[in-house]
Design a protein around this ligand. Structure first.
Ligand SMILES: Cc1cc2nc3c(=O)[nH]c(=O)nc-3n(C[C@H](O)[C@H](O)[C@H](O)COP(=O)(O)O)c2cc1C
Length: 168
């Protein structure tokens, strides 16, 4: 058998998702707003650092996400990194709803983007680029303001939430 075949090995989408799920991440709520109207937010785990100087980060948004257009229109967003106590809050932002901010404490940050009070860190960003890539778009942000608070993160691994101390 040729062990060095260059032919791609076919795999199912389910298997691909499962393999991606082996990369443990934190969980963030990315927020933006319509000028003068309701705040917008969605749960993501695709956040990553990109550049230190200039300070830039990225995340990816599904091209079919109902909130996608609001991010493209406003041109500014905040990445709110969530704490180990925030599983229920995260799930509030993980499905389409007009009422995602019910019971969520927040204040308007740079260009009005919602900064969540429970987040353990927040990066307020100007959208530098939205790069189409398959069924998602990579959103690159230039970081304009940062803050951090005490607390441990919520983790996401193999489709489950956990904490540094174990399952939640
Ligand atoms: C842990 C977790 C991580 C997620 N990561 C992403 C992501 O990186 N990009 C994305 O487009 N959707 C992601 N989602 C799904 C969105 O949160 C979900 O589709 C949400 O409904 C999007 O908001 P919208 O319906 O207002 O557009 C994630 C969901 C969960 C629970």
């Amino acid at each position: 058998m040729n062990m060095h075949s260059t032919k791609p090995v076919p795999f199912a989408e389910r298997e691909f998702r499962d393999v991606l799920g082996h990369f443990a991440t934190g969980v963030a709520v990315v927020t933006t707003c319509h000028e003068g109207s309701a705040p917008i937010g969605m749960a993501v785990n695709s956040f990553a650092s990109v550049s230190l100087d200039p300070p830039e980060i990225l995340w990816s948004v599904s091209s079919s996400a109902p909130s996608r257009d609001a991010f493209a229109l406003h041109g500014a967003f905040a990445v709110n990194i969530m704490s180990e106590h925030d599983k229920d809050r995260i799930m509030q932002f993980a499905r389409p709803s007009d009422d995602k901010f019910r019971g969520i404490e927040w204040r308007p940050g740079w260009r009005g983007v919602p900064v969540l009070s429970h987040a353990i860190a927040t990066l307020e960003c100007e959208t530098k680029q939205m790069i189409p890539c398959g069924d998602h778009e990579i959103v690159v942000g230039s970081v304009r303001a940062i803050e951090r608070r005490d607390g441990d993160p919520l983790l996401f691994f193999r489709g489950q939430f956990s904490t540094l101390g174990g399952a939640v």
